[in-house]
Structure formats: C-alpha cells, structure tokens
Write a new protein. Structure first.
Length: 94
C-alpha cells in the first residue's frame, strides 16, 4: 500500500509542533530552522505499508505485522529513511 505524501507531511509538521511545545519554542521558528537545514526546501515524503496477517487452521488470527517505510528527501541531497515495524500477537490466557 502506498502512503499519501500530504498525510506524511502533515504528520511531520505535527511532530515539529509537538517538539516546539515540549521545548517551549515557537512552532514557526522551529519549522523555519528545519527548512534552513534542508536549504529552504519543504521536504518531500513517500512511503509504503505492508501488512501481513498470520492465521491458524481454524482461521483465527494469530498475529498481525505492519511494516511502514517512510522516505524523506530535502535540499542538498538530504535523505532519510524510517522503518517502523509493529506486531500484534495473540496469546493464550490461562
């Protein structure tokens, strides 16, 4: 599945806003600082998500694995790749 670049950008801006609140800085100041690091270009985002569902012979879900890869490209050849792996596994309660 291909992820929406606008949604990824929105999440990136939200994370900058959260950091600004934590460190007591103005969002716009922090955002402009991040743009200076990328030579004034707003980064471009792309990403994919792969979901794997493992089932038992009874068709009960045993586990769900979700792997998200996000690629960020900015100015001056800056690139960053983030991979997030989430796994939910069913366990028997005794």
């Amino acid at each position: 599945m291909i992820l929406d670049p606008e949604c990824l950008l929105s999440n990136h801006e939200a994370s900058i806003e959260t950091v600004a609140k934590i460190i007591g800085e103005d969002f716009e100041t922090l955002f402009q600082s991040s743009l200076r690091l990328a030579d004034g270009e707003v980064p471009s985002f792309s990403g994919t998500r792969e979901v794997t569902i493992e089932t038992l012979s009874t068709r009960d879900v045993l586990s769900i694995r979700r792997e998200t890869t996000i690629e960020i490209e900015g100015g001056s050849g800056f690139t960053e790749t983030k991979t997030i792996i989430e796994k939910i596994q069913r366990q028997t309660v005794r």
